[in-house]
Design a protein around this ligand. Structure first.
Ligand SMILES: Nc1ncnc2c1ncn2[C@@H]1O[C@H](COP(=O)(O)OP(=O)(O)OP(=O)(O)O)[C@@H](O)[C@H]1O
Ligand SMILES: [Zn+2]
Length: 291
């Protein structure tokens, strides 16, 4: 019987569980809201149990911060999230108690970065940002995720303020006006009272938003010098955003270092339907199965 790989994209708003084949094609998937951890994870377990022994491994790309250090006593836990009930919850422990399979645990954005890199194996380095309810980024260098004592947390990098945005305090519960605090979806609503989906194109909030995202791209460029930076997430689904970000990026970088053509260098995901993390998870599940 052919092998199946499992994927959990554990988002702050919703969970997407899927199984895929050895070509990393999605065969079945299910989506449900992220509620309290036991209820939510039990739904994931029940989904995977249907596939019996065909399912050989699972990769989990999670919202964070999470403990991904296998040598740590708190490996597999969601750590300091402000999300009610989830702080210090043993996510991997819960899954392992009911599914005796090899598991790979990483951030949702690392999973997405891994998925995108599969499509462009010639790239040795790549960074994937998601700009949604929160902001996170995953980075690959020579086929491995970057990180020291834990995974990167680039979504909370500090940015300089847009001159027309100085009155806005930002909405990050930890830092106020870090990148996530001023550029994730909820900041659009906090400034305007209108959800991002419904703000008109003429609003100057888009240029403010693009200014911060462009700064993230500049800081990432200067820190890691990756071959490509990809921007996914609900906010970047607006087609005008990439053009605004590229324009402000060029002004901010001011030709200090050379980068590839901006239409190649700063891009939206190549994998359609927000499936970058799922595809990446299949590949990571395969990797942990073969280890
Ligand atoms: N087209 C859009 N334009 C601007 N903002 C949007 C758009 N679509 C969604 N948003 C905003 O982005 C946020 C939701 O982001 P997204 O759709 O990427 O979900 P998500 O953050 O990936 O969910 P999860 O936390 O479960 O991963 C909300 O704040 C929403 O208002
Ligand atoms: Zn922050």
């Amino acid at each position: 019987m052919s092998k199946l790989f499992g994927s959990i994209e554990a988002g702050g708003t919703k969970f997407v569980c899927a199984v895929g084949n050895e070509a990393f094609m999605i065969l079945e998937s299910t989506t449900f809201p992220t509620e309290e951890p036991v209820k939510t994870l039990q739904q994931a377990v029940d989904f995977f149990k249907q596939f019996g022994s065909s399912l050989v491994s699972i990769a989990i790309g999670s919202f964070g911060p999470i403990d991904i250090d296998e040598a740590s006593e708190t490996y597999g836990l969601v750590t300091t999230t402000p999300k009610p009930h989830w702080a210090n919850f043993d996510l991997i422990g819960f899954l392992k108690a009911q599914l005796d399979l090899p598991m790979y645990f990483t951030t949702d954005v690392n999973s997405s970065a891994y998925g995108e890199q599969l499509l462009e194996p010639s790239l040795k380095s790549l960074v994937y940002f998601t700009i949604g309810t929160g902001i996170g980024a995953g980075a690959i260098q020579d086929g491995e995720f970057i990180g020291g004592i834990s995974h990167a947390e680039m979504g909370h990098m500090f940015v300089k303020r847009h001159p027309d945005d100085l009155d806005f305090a930002g909405v990050c519960p930890y830092h106020g006006d870090c990148l996530e605090g001023v550029a994730a979806g909820p900041s659009l609503e906090a400034r305007t009272g209108i959800r991002g989906e419904n703000i008109e194109l003429e609003s100057n909030v888009w240029d403010i938003q693009a200014y911060y995202i462009a700064q993230a791209a500049v800081s990432t460029t200067l820190t890691l010098r990756p071959e490509k930076i990809i921007f996914g997430g609900g906010v970047m689904a607006q087609e005008h955003m990439m053009a605004r970000v590229r324009k402000q990026f060029a002004e901010l970088l001011n030709d200090y270092v050379t980068v590839p053509e901006l239409t190649d260098y700063l891009q939206v995901p190549s994998i359609a339907n927000n499936a970058s993390a799922t595809v990446g998870n299949f590949a990571l599940a395969k990797r942990v199965y073969e280890k």
